[in-house]
Design a protein around this ligand. Structure first.
Ligand code: DAH
Length: 341
């Protein structure tokens, strides 16, 4: 009997060692330790043994079963460990491989253009002033010499919120606000960048929302010559040292005289090309000497003070400078477009 038990433990041990999976191991376990195992048959046979033999053989059976149990447990741990080792091997991270590059963003071309224009003016001693986009009719029109029935209001088709409030149609109301805020009437030299709104149908060159930069200089001796010098400098800085400018008479209610400013074509140097429609000149902005009515409305003595102003569309400048053919590219945030600049 003793030998038989030993033999069983050896057989079980061999079978256990051969197990590669938990399932195989469970089958072996059922075979040796389950209800139908040979040990059970032996236990049944114990009944026929003498009283001295019973505990001795019983103990030996239990020891044999415990030994097999321990071997199964050990094998189970071994299989588990092998599984984990294989997984770890499969998922090893090679820390010597180069990492994934994080794409670094950059400023939008419109932002770059605004900052470029701001830098030019700040370099000339201007300070930056901002105003609200929801503006009163009074500041947007009336105090800029555009009374209620003025025909020039139609040039700027407006989004009205109430009869007296609208989305500003230009940055010129910031002129009025700055003049009114300058209670000591010290010399004023400001630029006002910002978003403006007009009831235009969106197309290649129009948008119901766009950006402008306004400049205003008021003191005791600002002249048209100063305006011209400023314009020439800005044109050269924006479009290249060889640029020339040309002033054409124009009309704005808030300036008198008013001019439209052309810059010599930076593509053909003024010879004539598709960019300048064969004229050699490209229109870039409107300007003029501040109309006395505007200064008076803000409480300025027009015998003492005078000034000049200008206003330009930022999108237009960006489109000219970077050869952008559709204004909508500036708003749709298509990375294929944005990342070119
Ligand atoms: N406010 C004008 C517009 O939106 C642009 C403009 C023209 C502004 C002449 C000025 C100026 O300050 O002097 O069409």
């Amino acid at each position: 009997m003793e030998n038989k038990l030993k033999q069983m433990v050896i057989l079980a041990s061999d079978a256990i060692k051969k197990c590669k999976t938990i399932n195989e191991l469970m089958d072996v376990k059922a075979l040796y330790l389950g209800k139908k195992s040979e040990f059970n048959t032996i236990m049944q046979d114990l009944k026929g043994l003498s009283d001295e033999e019973k505990p001795r053989i019983g103990k030996m059976v239990n020891e044999a079963k415990q030994a097999i149990s321990a071997l199964i447990e050990e094998r189970k741990n071994h299989i588990d460990r092998e599984k984990i080792d294989a997984l770890l091997k499969e998922q090893t991270i090679d820390i010597t491989l180069p990492g994934k590059k994080i794409a670094i963003g950059h400023k939008h071309i419109l932002t770059k253009t605004i900052e470029e224009i701001e830098d030019i003016f700040v370099g000339l001693g201007y300070t930056i002033k901002e105003g609200p986009e929801i503006e009163s009719d009074k500041y947007n029109f009336e105090m800029l010499n555009l009374p209620k029935d003025h025909p020039a209001r139609e040039m700027q088709d407006s989004f009205y919120i109430t009869e007296e409030t609208l989305l500003r149609t230009h940055t010129s109301p910031v002129q009025v606000r700055s003049l009114l805020a300058n209670t000591n009437q010290e010399p004023l030299k400001i630029i006002c960048p910002g978003v403006v709104y007009r009831k235009d149908d969106d197309d290649q060159t129009h948008s119901h929302q766009f950006m402008q930069i306004e400049a205003l200089v008021v003191d005791e001796k600002a002249t048209l010559a100063d305006l011209k010098g400023t314009l020439l400098l800005v044109a050269k800085k924006l479009f290249g040292e060889n640029r020339e400018i040309r002033l054409r008479p124009s009309y704005f209610p808030f300036t008198e005289p008013s001019v439209e400013v052309d810059v010599s074509c930076f593509k053909c140097n003024g010879i004539g090309c598709s960019m300048c429609k064969q004229t050699g000149w490209i229109e870039i902005l409107g300007a003029g000497m501040v109309n006395n009515n505007v200064l008076k409305a803000a409480g300025y003595d027009t015998d003492k003070y005078q000034g000049f102003a200008l206003g330009m569309g930022i999108e237009r400048i960006a489109m000219l400078k970077y050869g952008i053919e559709d204004i909508r590219h500036l708003y749709t945030n298509d990375l294929r477009f944005n990342s070119q600049f």
